[in-house]
Design a binder for this molecule. Sequence first.
Ligand code: NDP
Length: 403
Amino acid sequence: MSKVLVIGAGGVGSVAVHKMAMNADIFTDIHLASRTVSKCEAIAASVKERTGVTVATYAIDADDVAATSDLIRAIGPELVVNLALPYQDLAIMDACLATGTHYMDTANYEPKDVAKFEYHWQWAYQERFKQAGLMALLGSGFDPGVTSVFAMWLKKHKLKTIRTLDILDCNGGDHGQAFATNFNPEINIREVTAPARHWENGEFVETPAMGVKQTFDFEGVGPKNMYMMYHEELESLAKFIPEMERARFWMTFGDAYIQHLTVLQNVGMTRIDPVIYNGVEIVPLQFLKAVLPEPASLGPTTKGKTNIGDIATGEAPDGSGEKTFYIKNICDHEDAYAETGNQAVSYTTGVPAMIGAAMIVTGAWKGTGVFNMEQFDPDPYMAMLNEHGLPWTVEELDGPLPF
Ligand code: NDP
């Protein structure tokens, strides 16, 4: 028996709530709140039609800690699943502390005025959650999220140590638009335009944004250009796999996407500092978000597959020398849309959000304090990925990536 409150009615929130309703034995009472209540109601209607389960809906501005605390008190959930935006993380953590409720999210806290992708703000809540006897689980999406669980599973079952790790994130989907982002454009563009950083010999090495490019042949998609980027799980992986010499994150982008983004950046449309227009302060990136297609609107037209995985090289447990393993999931956009009404980028994040919530409410993952995904047993999580729409495969490669 468990009551959960999900905050955030975007693509990820939609998938997570649909999947919770499909697992009504674990999630017996589901509540959904977001800034725009009509989006919650649309999700609740779809969930009712597809599963017969009733989801209660509410309007909330999660930046308002007092209002969020009142809502949590009125509902009395055991867990709050934060699927709003990274800007709301600390406010929702504060509301969880104020009401004695466990917390989970899929993306690290971001201040509105500077792109950082760092965990220290949330790690600073460690003592407060511990003393309150509460658990906060950070980053249970696909990346961050599953990519860390993949690494820990390899370390538990295939490799004694991990010397190098490469995370490869390929979206081979085609949405038929000249330019659109597959999840919140503001967060996506911030991520892509930030300098690249990778972990090497005990420190982060910074290189220019999109400065390192390689081609990789992704199963189910074909050869794609991928670019080295910074991504937040590199920070927790470097912390929890201390022997790691090098960790990198790669994401694929098509030439048209890069071309559009370069122009937008050159003309200043990706700036996150306010400019004055007609006497009003506007943030160019927020304005750009308003004119781009809503990620959720891409669902019906997106075709193709995502392919996200980890390639890890390290010492075999039996002393037979170094080995390399590739562990990945391939997800089809059209199948994802048929199941929950959302494309695969939302699906591959919303399913792990449901699984992370299940780990907490079933007690499969337990603890007091603030936790990253690397700190728990990967096995029950990996089993649920196979059972709930994100099956994974693992294979041994001849050797590490040649670059
Ligand atoms: P969307 O922009 O589609 O949805 C965000 C939702 O949060 C919207 O419904 C929005 O409301 C709501 N919201 C925004 N501000 C507030 C607020 N102050 N109070 C209450 N609700 C608010 O984003 P996605 O669904 O694509 O992404 C959700 C989260 O998942 C993000 O944090 C994103 O970074 C993360 N993510 C993680 C991934 C991973 O693999 N780990 C991958 C993809 C996303 P409104 O509709 O009114 O704007």
